[in-house]
Every structure is written in structure tokens, then in C-alpha cells.
Design a protein around this ligand. Sequence first.
Ligand code: FAD
Length: 286
Amino acid sequence: MRYEAPRSLDQAVALLAGEHGEARVLAGGTDLLVQMRTDMVDPVLVVDIKGIAETRQIKEEAGGFRVGAAVTGAELKEHQKLKAAWPGVVEAANLIGSTQVQGRATMGGNLCNGSPAADSVPALIAAGAKASIVGPKGRRELAVEDVMLAPRKLALEKGEIVASFLLPARPAHTGDAYLRFIPRTEMDIAVVGCGICLTLDGKGVCTAARVSLGAVAARPLLVAEAAKVLIGTKIDDDALQKLDAAAQGACRPIDDKRGTKEYRVKVAGVLARRATQIALERARKA
Ligand SMILES: Cc1cc2nc3c(=O)[nH]c(=O)nc-3n(C[C@H](O)[C@H](O)[C@H](O)COP(=O)(O)OP(=O)(O)OC[C@H]3O[C@@H](n4cnc5c(N)ncnc54)[C@H](O)[C@@H]3O)c2cc1C
């Protein structure tokens, strides 16, 4: 196996695109190295992107934040302005693994590992984040919900790297939140994850909402029907009941050792309500 640590995106793309055998990006390695050790993957080339400036920076841009794909969860948590603007995203990234894992794990790796249960992905989707993708044909922006297509299958072409995420300017009275349910108190994979972002007007009426569910389908979902039932309401009990039903209706889960299909569907509705209540409190204070 060959290890390369380029200093620019162009060099990284050229290395990945020029390799005929299996080539992998290395960010924190908390998925990739485990998969290599257990022979799930056997790349001939590993391209470490942590030496590339854009992947490691958090910058204010267009009223929002550009967050490098290889910024770790621990680094996100240290960025007070980002944490204040998008607490749901930062909290989701910091649910990943343990303190040690958070010192390595990145949102780029979480997304590109291609797990439907990845914790930071529903939070990024709810926030309306865009992935900035660099490849042999140049740069393109893709909504985070369009990056993962199915388990381990991404909308990335050969040689493409997620360089960074753009978290948009957060409108006034907007709040986000992410909750997951796991069988243990930590270090487990989500049975269901739910990201919510909502905006209120001056009278407390919801004017915009995004709802995302993880671990209930082959890919993390943006659930437009669930957002629709919140918009135009003051997010009262009736709206929360409708949200619960809409979230449940969007689920197409599998049965596994963490939960049955029926259980996942039920939990999706409960988490959607609870995450909405947290986002609502945040939006009222924002
Ligand atoms: C003990 C433990 C606990 C964990 N707990 C959780 C958890 O609670 N929740 C959760 O969601 N995950 C969990 N994980 C999984 C893992 O930590 C996360 O998915 C993490 O975010 C992966 O990030 P990374 O930087 O380590 O990715 P890496 O391992 O470096 O990469 C993962 C995959 O993505 C590709 N990749 C990485 N970055 C890019 C990029 N910028 N562009 C294109 N491709 C890229 C790699 O080639 C590889 O295929 C856990 C893992 C361990 C070992």
C-alpha cells in the first residue's frame, strides 16, 4: 500500500484520479483504518488530506461558515461562533464515538463512509449544508442530502474529494437540533437519528423548517412532508402530532439487532418531536 500526504487539493485529486487500483481518502481514519484492519477494504493507495489547508479550516463565509471536511469533532466544539450559530451540527459531530474518537473523526469522513446511520449527516442536511466537491473536472457544490445514494454508495466520481461544507447564514429566530437514540449511553450506532432546523417569525409562527432522519432508510432522508406540517403553525401539540406521523410515514427501515422496523418507525416520530422542541427553544432565543 502506498501512502501519500499532498499539500493541495489539485495534487490529491491527481493522485486519486491517476490510480487504477482502489484508492481511498484518509481523514481521521476512524472508519477507514478499522475497515483496512478487518480486510473490509484493501486500497493500494491512501491519500491523507489532513495536510490540505481548505480541509482543515473553519472560516466565516457569506454570513455562514465554511467548515473543512477534515476538521475534527473536537475542533468544531472549540469554535464558539460556529457552536452558537449551529449547535445541532456541532452536537451531532460530538456524539461520534468517544473523546478519543472525536479528536480524529471528521464530518467529511462521516458522510463519505456512506453509513445511513452517520450522526452528523442528518444535522448537516437539516442545516441546509452544501458539500464543496473537488475533482478532475473542477469544483461543484452538492446539497449534503444528495451526496449519499445508498449504503457505501456516494454521488462522487473517481478522483473527487469533499473539500469542505458550507453552512449557510442562519436567519434570525432560527434554531437547529440533533437527537439520536442508541441502545447504550454512548459509543453505539444510531437506531434512529433526527436533525431539525426551524425559523420563526416575530409572532412565533414557523416560516421555514427542514427535517432529516438517519438510520431509517438506505440513506439519510430530507423529509419535506414533515417540515410542511410545521410551517405556518406555532408548533403546538397538534403540529407536533402531525410531525410525528409524517416522520413515521417517511421511514423505510431494516430490522437488525438494534431494533425492529416497527420500533425504528415509532422512535423516529418521538425523536422528531423532541428535537423540534429543542430547536424551537433555540429559535425563540436566537
Ligand atoms: C469506536 C468508534 C465509535 C464510533 N462511533 C460513531 C458514532 O457514534 N456515530 C457515527 O456516526 N460514527 C461513529 N463511528 C464511525 C466514525 O468514527 C465516523 O464515521 C467518523 O466521522 C469518520 O470520520 P473519519 O475522519 O475518521 O473518516 P475516515 O475513516 O478517514 O474515512 C471514512 C471514509 O470516508 C472517505 N473519506 C473521508 N474523508 C473524505 C473526504 N473528505 N472526501 C471523500 N472521501 C472521504 C474515506 O476514504 C473512507 O472511505 C465510530 C467509530 C469508532 C471506531
